[in-house]
Design a protein around this ligand. Structure first.
Ligand code: C2E
Ligand code: CA
Ligand code: CA
Ligand code: CA
Length: 280
């Protein structure tokens, strides 16, 4: 019995160790990838539901790993956050996305292009985050009002004075702010009014069950109306089917993203989508 217990214990320890080694390896690789500019941005179009035009993109980071293949952001953003690598990584994303936006807009005769960039709490908490954004805007020539920073409710709605102050300073640059995955966290209505937010991004989990679950349909409708009454734009995430699109149009949702229109695509393809005007 003792021997069996020992071997179970050993194999458990081996597993733990292997998991840890795997994680350390990934962490090392990620550091190298950042230093050697191996990360890539993909872009998913945002469609104006009134005109069916592509009006902008959300930048989504990708990691083409030399041996493991394409790694999903959900598998490395948490590592980047835990190690602090998210700070330089996030700055690179911001810069690259703005540079692309300016380039595509110029190629399209100056047609405005809205670029959305995801910001994690670790970045936002840097005391010089506003200065970083200002520097990127200046370096790239990106008009501030065409940049949208996406943050989750937990980042935006933490009711500390420092948080609010940081948001106000950011907003003073002239950028827009979106609450990502709206409806999955908890935003009190009072906070929503108090915080300088421009856009609500309706989480994919609601859109997924549009027309299937009456409750989710009602909730989506409520979020769209909430946005309207607060003077905020609404963007629906994760549209995959025509029925969902029709329902959202009917509700008066302003914008949408999702596989129905396009998956996130590499830069060259996104540039073409924008140039073509991409009527959908
Ligand atoms: P998110 O910001 O909520 O981004 C939307 C995710 O949903 C993306 O996954 C996108 O590819 C996916 N998606 C879009 N349309 C559809 C659809 O119709 N159906 C389905 N099933 N999925 C759809 P992705 O690219 O894997 O990114 C996952 C998350 O990783 C993002 O969620 C975001 O939180 C984070 N992330 C991505 N890029 C960055 C970045 O540059 N910085 C930071 N801090 N986080 C990032
Ligand atoms: Ca997002
Ligand atoms: Ca989202
Ligand atoms: Ca999400």
């Amino acid at each position: 019995a003792k021997a069996t217990g020992g071997s179970v214990f050993t194999s458990y320890r081996t597993q733990m160790r292997d998991g840890l080694i795997e994680r350390l390896e990934l962490e090392n690789d990620l550091r190298t990838a950042c230093e050697n500019h191996q990360l890539r941005l993909y872009y998913q179009p945002t469609v104006d539901l009134d005109t069916s035009q592509v009006v902008g993109f959300e930048a989504l980071v990708r990691w083409p790993h030399p041996t493991r293949g394409m790694i999903n952001p959900l598998d490395f953003i948490p590592i980047a956050e835990a190690t602090g690598l998210i700070v330089p990584l996030g700055r690179w994303v911001l810069e690259e996305a703005c540079r692309q936006a300016v380039q595509w807009s110029e190629a399209a005769g100056g047609r405005p292009l809205k670029m959305s960039v995801n910001v994690s709490v670790r970045q936002f908490d840097q005391p010089d985050f506003t200065e970083t954004v200002a520097a990127v805007l200046a370096e790239t020539g990106m008009p501030a009002d065409r940049l949208c920073l996406e943050m989750t409710e937990s980042v935006l709605m933490t009711d500390t004075e420092a948080n609010l102050e940081q948001l106000v300073r950011l907003k003073a640059l002239g950028i827009t702010l979106a609450i990502d995955d709206f409806g999955t966290g908890y935003s009190s209505l009072a906070y929503l009014r108090r915080f300088p937010v421009d856009t609500l991004k309706i989480d994919r989990s609601f859109v997924e069950r549009l027309g299937v679950l009456a409750d989710d349909t009602a909730l989506t409708d409520t979020i769209v109306r909430l946005g309207k009454s607060l003077g905020m734009a609404t963007v629906a995430e994760g549209i995959e089917e025509f029925g969902q699109l029709a329902a959202l149009r009917e509700m008066g949702c302003g914008f949408a993203q999702g596989y129905y229109f396009s998956r996130p695509v590499p830069a060259a393809e996104a540039g073409r989508l924008f140039l073509e005007g991409a009527d959908t």
